[in-house]
Write a protein that binds this ligand. Structure first.
Ligand code: SAM
Length: 330
């Protein structure tokens, strides 16, 4: 059965936060100021697999992305991939992960064998010292090395996520474009979003449109005709392999076509990054109280009826409480 909401949007993509912990402390995310998730309230591997199975088999979901926190900061993450790999063989789906890339050393071959399909890396500066200022750790070279290693292990279409913040890293846009020209890697410029605990500074916000206008003064970007996605708007630079994308959750949100649901590291179903708490349901509680799959399935279907057509505008988002990205998963 397809999971369709009242706006006729069929949901098929699950973003699963596998931990609320992170080894970095990015200035726009600030995990160290978030409440620590108590481990007994976090999903176990078995519970994650149970939920993944429900979404894939009962709702025909075709894609699962692991996120967090930092997925590779989870202790038993490789065992989790092993179990997902078994599920995937039985019921095929696309398996992706978003990572800061700093804890992956030596794990990529195994991940490829276990059926990981896609990797997105976060990289907000090409300048090592600035990377350290943004993330709190001087580990940028590890990320660059891991991206190289991922490509050698056969991970294709690796994407690089860059949150652009005015007066923090916006001066590096040409460098990121040159990096994309040089490596052929897809750079995705993401608009800076407000979350609780991220000390949001509205002056730091730069819309994708402004960014595109600035870039167009020096480079000739042309929309990618083959772009089938709706979250990122893809552009190509003539006579190069560069692909530059813009993700505009604030200025040009893609809610109308949303096909995503999220599960937080402590097992809550989130209808949207910015959905109100009253619409969350506690899937972990259902599992630990012995609810059968069918009952969990019905609860998810009912919860979806509460999904709004779009998230509020930026001034209202700034006011949202208890909405830290680290536990809900970016
Ligand atoms: N630790 C992993 C990583 O660094 O990619 C996964 C979790 S992180 C929360 C997922 C994505 O959310 C990253 O690409 C990050 O840049 C993005 N993100 C976090 N806070 C953000 C914010 N305030 N605005 C825009 N994107 C944000």
């Amino acid at each position: 059965m397809k999971l369709i909401d009242k706006y006729n949007r069929a949901h098929s993509y699950l973003r699963l936060s596998v931990t609320g912990n992170c080894n970095l402390n990015c200035i726009y995310c600030n995990p160290l100021t978030s409440d620590e998730l108590i481990s007994k309230h976090s999903l176990s591997n078995q519970e994650i697999i149970r939920l993944a199975r429900i979404f894939v088999t009962l709702f025909e979901f075709s894609k699962i992305r692991l996120t967090g926190g930092e997925p590779f900061a989870r202790k038993n993450i490789i065992e989790l991939f092993e179990e997902l790999s078994i599920l995937k063989k039985e019921f095929p789906f696309e398996l992706a992960v978003t990572t800061n890339g700093t804890l992956l050393n030596g794990k990529l071959k195994k991940l490829k064998e276990l059926g990981l399909d896609r990797l997105n890396f976060s990289l907000d500066s090409l300048i090592p010292e600035r990377y350290a200022q943004i993330t709190g750790k001087n580990v940028q070279s590890k990320v660059l090395h891991t991206i190289d290693e991922a490509e050698s292990e056969g991970f294709l279409n690796t994407k690089i996520n860059t949150v652009v913040i005015r007066n923090v890293n916006d001066d590096e846009i040409p460098d990121f474009i040159e990096y994309s020209i040089k490596t052929g890697r897809n750079i995705r410029f993401i608009e800076y979003m407000p979350f609780s605990n991220n000390g949001y500074d509205k002056d730091g916000f730069i819309s994708s449109k402004e960014l595109l206008n600035t870039i167009n003064k020096s480079y000739k970007l042309t929309p990618d005709e083959l772009d089938a996605g709706f979250v990122a708007k893809d552009y190509l630079i003539k006579n190069t392999n560069a692909r530059i994308s813009f993700i505009s959750p604030i200025s040009d949100h893609f809610c109308g076509l949303c096909n995503r649901l999220r599960i937080t590291a402590d097992g809550k179903l989130k209808l949207c990054l910015f959905s109100p708490h009253k619409t969350e349901i506690d899937l972990l509680n259902f599992i630990r109280n012995g609810f059968p799959d069918e009952q969990i399935k019905d609860s998810i279907s009912n919860a979806l009826l509460e999904k709004d057509f779009a998230h509020p505008e930026i001034d209202d988002l700034i006011q949202l409480k208890n909405n830290d990205i680290i536990s809900l998963g970016g």
